[in-house]
Design a protein around this ligand. Structure first.
Ligand code: BDR
Ligand code: CA
Length: 310
């Protein structure tokens, strides 16, 4: 029997966060110890409520801990253009019967990490505020983190400014702490997530699975596609599930180990992940940067995951 990989998912649902959660919980490879929530795609109250609703709808009972409602040093930026007023517009989900746990996100991560005999993998799919706060408050636990597989950043071009990807732009100071932490990092940035496209026929394949979870995911994707269609994408980039997919099966992404710094001051470049693609600086290569994905296998992985909820 293969040992399961213990993970904590830190997210801001968010359509693609919700699908990332469902992918993780359906996987036989992962042991999801809990979910921590950060403000980002919408306010913290909304992202928390969305996570609870999705998990409850899929009959997943797991600790959910509330995290930071704003970045370390800045005001929160939200993304209603992409995710709607609720942060999860599209499907009509019943209120959740789950409640958040009493611990904060940082306390929850610390507790799980302390109690675990194995190292824990963190999968952040929103701004890195909770993860940075955990590293600030519990530096002695850093060595018990196996790896951080995150969605954020880009080597070539941003989506929220010309230079910055949304998650990193929301909290660049937190990202700076995480990227400098020395913990192994896999970065699924826009270079790869813009190749992790879900087309109309893929959505129909998921809807055709039937069952409430697959139909809900198809409805999430219907809404998500509208925004990306207007932006000129031929499909919808499923950003956050890439970070989960890599932990389930690292062969699904093509990565390159590179040095990455975070821009925390630039006038035009705030929140940019400055990737030393040509190794100009000869600095320590701190990040596995993902550049490509086996899209067909990725879609099959999602379809198989949604099948498991039937
Ligand atoms: C990231 O921003 C959010 O809107 C998505 O959930 C994803 O995590 C993509 O830039
Ligand atoms: Ca997200």
């Amino acid at each position: 029997m293969i040992n399961k990989i213990p993970v904590i998912i830190d997210c801001d649902p968010g359509h693609d966060d919700a699908i990332a959660l469902l992918l993780a919980f359906a996987s036989e490879r992962l042991d999801v110890k809990g979910v921590t929530i950060v403000g980002g795609n919408q306010t913290l109250e909304k992202t928390l409520n969305n996570a609870l609703k999705v998990l409850s709808f899929a009959d997943i009972n797991v600790p959910v801990a509330k995290g930071a409602d704003k970045p370390l040093m800045r005001e929160l930026i939200i993304a209603p253009e992409v995710h709607g007023d609720s942060g999860l517009d599209g499907p009509c989900l019943p209120e959740s019967h789950l409640k958040p746990c009493d611990l904060s996100a940082v306390e929850f991560i610390a507790k799980i990490v302390k109690e675990s005999e194995e190292k824990i993998t963190l999968i952040p799919t929103g701004a890195l505020t909770n993860i940075a706060q955990f590293l600030i408050c519990y530096p002695e636990l850093k060595n018990k983190i196996e790896r951080i597989s995150l969605m954020g950043g880009a080597c070539f071009g941003g989506n929220w400014t010309p230079a910055a990807e949304f998650n990193i732009l929301v909290d660049p100071e937190a990202a700076d702490i995480v990227f400098k932490s020395g913990i192994p990092i896999t970065m699924s940035g826009l270079d790869v997530t813009h190749r992790a496209l879900i087309y109309k026929e893929d959505i129909e394949r998921i809807r055709a699975i039937g069952g409430k979870v697959a139909v809900m995911v198809a409805e999430l994707l219907d809404f998500f596609s509208k925004f990306h269609g207007q932006m000129g994408f031929e499909g919808s980039p499923l950003h956050d599930p890439c970070a989960v997919a890599w932990v389930i099966d690292p062969t699904i992404l093509k990565t390159k180990k590179l040095h990455v710094d975070i821009e925390t001051k630039g006038e035009h470049t705030l929140g940019c992940t400055v990737v030393d693609y040509y190794d100009v600086l000869k600095k320590e290569k701190n990040v596995e940067v993902a550049f490509d994905i086996d899209r067909e296998r990725f879609v099959d992985m999602l379809v198989q995951a949604m099948n498991n909820y039937k």
